[in-house]
Ligand binder design. Structure first.
Ligand code: HEM
Length: 301
C-alpha cells in the first residue's frame, strides 16, 4: 500500500486489488461527504415490531426525494422569473423523473399488510404525513395555498418561517402567468399582482392565453413545451396522491388517520385539487386543426 501525505493532515492511500488501483483520501471520505453515519442512525423505531423499519424508511426516502423536488422546483421557479425557459424545462424533466420514481416506490410500502401495520400503529400516536413540512411547502410553491394547515408547525419557528415565505410568495403558476404577460398575452392585472396568500381564482383570459399557445404551437414553441412539462408536474403529483390514497386504503381501509382526519375520504378530496387549472380546462376548448395547420373556428374534437 502506498501512502502519501499532502498538505497538512490529508493523506492519500493507494493499493492494487485484482489489477485495479484503489485510492482513497482521508481529507474527504465517502462517509463524510454522504454523512452516512447521521443518515443511518436516523431510523429510530418507537416500537419493537419488525415492520416499523419499512414504515420509517419509506417516509424518510420520500422526504429525501421531496427535498430534491423542492430544490429543483426553486431552480425552475427562478428560471421562469428570469425568462430562462430552457433551464426551467431541464429542471422540470428531472422533477418528472423523480416523481415517477416516487410513484413507483409506493409498491414497496404496499407489501405492508393490515396486520403488519396494526402491530405498531398504536405506537405512532398522532404522528402523520399530514405534518410533513416539505410536502406543505411544495404545495405552497405549486399554488395550493391552504394556510390553515400551517398550524401543526406552530412550535417550530424555522419551519414556520419557511412555510410562511412560500405561502406569501407568488406560486410557480403565478410566475408562469407573469411570464405570459411579458410575452404579450392579455393576463388580467389582478392575476399579476394580488394577495398571494389567497387561493387562485380561475380566469377565462388565462384560459384563452394557454389556448392561443396550444392552437399555434409553432409560434409559441418554447411556451408550448414548457406548458406540457408543467402539465406533467401536476399529472404526476396527482398520480402520487392517488397511489398514496390507494396504499392507505389497502393498509387501513376506511379507518380515521393517525393525524385525526377521516383518512381515505380526506385523501380522495385532494384528488380534486388543481395547481394549474386553466392548463387543464383549456384542453376541452381545443378544436381539430384544418389541413395545413389552421384551426376550424368553433369545431370541437
Ligand atoms: C401505511 C402507510 C401510510 C398510511 C396508513 C398513511 C395514512 C395517511 C392518512 C390517513 C392521511 C390523512 C391525514 C391523517 O389523518 O393522518 C395521510 C396524510 C398524508 N400522508 Fe400518509 N400514510 C402512509 C404513508 C405515507 C408516506 C410513506 C408518506 C410520504 C411522505 C405519506 C405522506 C403523507 C402526506 C404528505 C399527507 C398529507 C396529505 C395532504 O394533506 O393532502 N404518507 N396519510
Amino acid at each position: 500500500m502506498i501512502r502519501q501525505t499532502l498538505d497538512g493532515d490529508t493523506e492519500v492511500f493507494e493499493t492494487e486489488i485484482d489489477g485495479e488501483t484503489i485510492q482513497w483520501d482521508n481529507g474527504l471520505t465517502y462517509a463524510r461527504h454522504i454523512q452516512t453515519a447521521q443518515l443511518l442512525s436516523a431510523q429510530v423505531p418507537v416500537s419493537d415490531k419488525p415492520d416499523e423499519m419499512l414504515f420509517i424508511i419509506m417516509h424518510q426516502t420520500m422526504e429525501l426525494w421531496l427535498k430534491l423536488v423542492l430544490h429543483e422546483g426553486r431552480i425552475v421557479y427562478d428560471a421562469v422569473k428570469a425568462d430562462r425557459l430552457a433551464v426551467a424545462g431541464k429542471g422540470l424533466d428531472r422533477i418528472a423523473t423523480i416523481q415517477r420514481h416516487m410513484i413507483h416506490s409506493w409498491e414497496v410500502l404496499a407489501t405492508l399488510t393490515p396486520h403488519d401495520f396494526l402491530t405498531f400503529r398504536g405506537f405512532l400516536r398522532r404522528a402523520s404525513g399530514f405534518q410533513s413540512q416539505q410536502y406543505r411547502e411544495l404545495e405552497y410553491l405549486l399554488g395550493n395555498k391552504r394556510g390553515d394547515m400551517m398550524i401543526v408547525h406552530k412550535d417550530d419557528a424555522a419551519a414556520m418561517a419557511r412555510l410562511r415565505a412560500a405561502f406569501e410568495a407568488p406560486s410557480l403558476y403565478d410566475e408562469l402567468l407573469r411570464l405570459l404577460a411579458r410575452r404579450g398575452f392579455a393576463i388580467p392585472a389582478d392575476h399579476l399582482d394580488r394577495d398571494w396568500t389567497q387561493p387562485y381564482e380561475t380566469s377565462e383570459a388565462v384560459e384563452r392565453a394557454w389556448l392561443a399557445i396550444y392552437t399555434d404551437p409553432d409560434h409559441h414553441w418554447d411556451l408550448y413545451m414548457l406548458a406540457e412539462k408543467i402539465t406533467a408536474l401536476e399529472y404526476y403529483f396527482q398520480e402520487w396522491r392517488f397511489k398514496h390514497m390507494k396504499t392507505v386504503a389497502r393498509v387501513i381501509g376506511h379507518k380515521p388517520g393517525t393525524g385525526g382526519s377521516s383518512g381515505v375520504n380526506y385523501l380522495v378530496k385532494a384528488l380534486g385539487l388543481s395547481f394549474f387549472p386553466e392548463l387543464w380546462s383549456m384542453r376541452t376548448e381545443m378544436v381539430a386543426p384544418r389541413e395545413g395547420g389552421d384551426y376550424a373556428a368553433g369545431e370541437r374534437k
